[in-house]
Design a protein around this ligand. Structure first.
Ligand code: FAD
Length: 264
């Protein structure tokens, strides 16, 4: 690991200040991705700005018809939250299925989405549930947030402060986990709200994407039969030691039907 300056601000304003003042600063949340990256010398930031002491970034609120989760809230807190479990059980289930207890106690929602790993679970939740990302300077709709492989709409010195989820009528997440890491080989979030249906897929492509054909079919008939005949093309899907693009395309269909069945 290379040397770096360590900062532990107690407010978002101070964190932004430290980040702007650093030559090549990086935000540190739970360190679940960042610390191994530093250890492998794949990154060598001049400064690390640890969000761990910023109380305003941690916690879950049910306000204004939305569930708002602070960026530094660990996955375990989302999984165990009484309010999330009651209002959006699919989100609590998704958080409960991430990694292992160590990862769920250190990893955060802000770190997960800022990293935009193609196999991460939260991107499917944000896009499927039509969430909004709040940063220190603006609000970004989930549809506009995830741009590609490990790429988001965040600027270099921008900090995610929270994610707000509208309350769906129904939502379910079905994932086929990698048996070793629990990352999604494929994960599908299906959500219905105000007569419209959203279907968001993670794990299959370079970043989360929606399936408009399935969304349309399910808006007319919210049942697994409505999407049974929809073919998923393997073009552009991920192919690696864990599974081919064709295998992932097949999994997308199976997980989508499973999510709709679970909702019913
Ligand atoms: C063994 C293992 C298994 C895992 N399994 C799963 C799984 O099944 N499903 C899944 O979804 N994930 C999984 N993960 C990922 C994990 O859940 C974490 O969310 C992810 O590693 C990010 O970690 P972190 O929150 O600690 O962020 P860090 O590692 O601290 O940061 C990650 C990146 O995000 C940036 N960042 C962090 N917070 C912010 C912020 N608020 N604003 C702007 N930028 C920020 C950092 O600068 C860094 O670039 C796994 C990880 C491990 C190590």
């Amino acid at each position: 690991m290379h040397n770096f300056e360590y900062h532990r601000p107690t407010s978002v304003a101070d964190a932004v200040q430290s980040l702007k003042g650093a030559e090549d600063g990086k935000i540190l949340a739970g360190g679940m991705t960042l610390i191994p990256t530093l250890k492998q010398r794949l990154a060598a930031p001049s400064d690390l700005i640890d969000l761990g002491a910023i109380a305003e970034l941690k916690g879950i609120k049910d306000e204004g018809g939305m569930i708002t989760i602070g960026a530094a809230t660990p996955h375990a807190m989302v999984a165990e939250s009484e309010v999330v479990r009651r209002v959006i059980p699919a989100l609590a289930d998704l958080a409960e299925g991430i990694g292992d207890p160590q990862v769920r106690n250190r990893g955060t929602i802000g770190g997960s989405i800022a990293n935009s790993d193609p196999a991460a679970d939260y991107p499917a939740a944000l896009v499927g549930l039509d969430a909004t990302v709040q940063t220190d300077r603006r609000r970004i709709k989930a549809d506009d947030f995830f741009k590609g492989l490990f790429e988001t709409a965040l600027e270099e010195d921008e900090i995610v402060t929270a994610v707000s989820f509208p309350k769906p009528e129904k939502a379910c997440y079905a994932k086929f986990p990698n048996p070793a890491s629990r990352y999604a080989m494929v994960g599908v979030m299906v959500a219905r709200a105000g007569g419209a249906v959203r279907v968001a897929v993670t794990g299959a492509g370079p970043c989360v994407f929606r399936l408009p054909e399935m969304e349309q079919a399910l808006s007319g008939n919210f049942s697994p039969d409505a999407i049974k005949g929809i073919e998923i093309s393997a073009d552009g899907l991920n192919s690696d030691i864990h599974g081919s693009a064709a295998y992932r395309a097949h999994l997308v269909s199976v997980m989508a039907r499973r999510a709709v069945t679970d909702c019913a």
